[in-house]
Design a binder for this molecule. Structure first.
Ligand code: DC
Length: 228
């Protein structure tokens, strides 16, 4: 089987990775995978079933409850034989609050990485966004981007996305929360958030969404991607 073409977009929370990766994938006619969704899905399952132990969580996921499936040029996580959409559940506040702890467990990380490698190989490649895609999951990715922006810029974008024009104090508080989450993700022992030595830094603090997508598409085209 030929090596899959992988574009890895890693970076801190609220850096716009998922929407950027989706737009890049659409322009390059590739599949998009939001890898955080898998950690969220395992956290959702753990909460639904009252499971705390990593082995019990992956056993439950293996029993057929959770898998990746192609939908509209994306691989999404679904639950059960009927492939139920769990998008709403995995984006809930409860899951957001618990996901960092679940994502820090080595057994959980290897389950996610195995699933990702199998699914991406079967699809012939993908644009993936996450924290450790270029550093751990696909170290041979054809293009690795580290997408970031100042905590304040990320906080403002997130608040605007939720609706309304945020007050400076709101932005400051949200930026503090994001910076604290970055520190947890960067300090964890398993696959910490960091820019790989071969990843290209794209700092979007002063960039529009369209410009950051265009920059990554240009980097991909410079490398002759997608292959085939
Ligand atoms: O991007 P997100 O907020 O949906 O990610 C959810 C959690 O999963 C977050 O705590 C970081 C973690 N994550 C990870 O550790 N590795 C990835 N490749 C993707 C997400």
């Amino acid at each position: 089987m030929p090596t899959p073409t992988v574009i890895a977009i890693d970076g801190p929370s609220a850096s716009g990775k998922s929407s950027t990766a989706a737009a890049v994938a659409a322009q390059l006619d590739m599949i998009h995978v939001d890898t955080g969704a898998l950690y969220r899905a395992l956290t959702w399952l753990a909460l639904e079933r009252g499971l705390e132990d990593a082995a019990a969580i992956v056993d439950a996921a293996d029993a057929g409850s959770l898998h990746l499936t192609p939908r509209d040029r994306r691989l999404i996580v679904v639950a059960g034989e009927n492939e139920d959409d769990i998008e709403e559940g995995i984006r809930s506040e409860r899951v957001t609050a618990g996901v960092s702890a679940v994502a820090a467990m080595p057994e959980i990380r290897s389950w996610v990485n195995r699933r990702l490698r199998v699914a991406v190989r079967a699809s012939g490649g993908a644009v993936l966004d996450g924290r450790d895609i270029g550093t751990v999951v696909f170290p041979d990715a054809a293009l690795k981007v580290f997408l970031t922006a100042s905590a304040e810029a990320r906080a403002r974008r997130r608040l605007v996305q939720r609706g309304g024009a945020p007050e400076p104090e709101e932005v400051r508080l949200e930026a503090e929360l994001l910076a604290a989450r970055d520190r947890v993700d960067a300090a964890r022992k398993e696959a910490p958030l960091r820019q790989g030595h071969d990843a290209i830094l794209v700092d979007t603090t002063d960039m529009s969404f369209e410009a950051q997508v265009a920059r990554i598409v240009e980097l991909a085209r410079d490398r002759g991607l997608p292959l085939g």
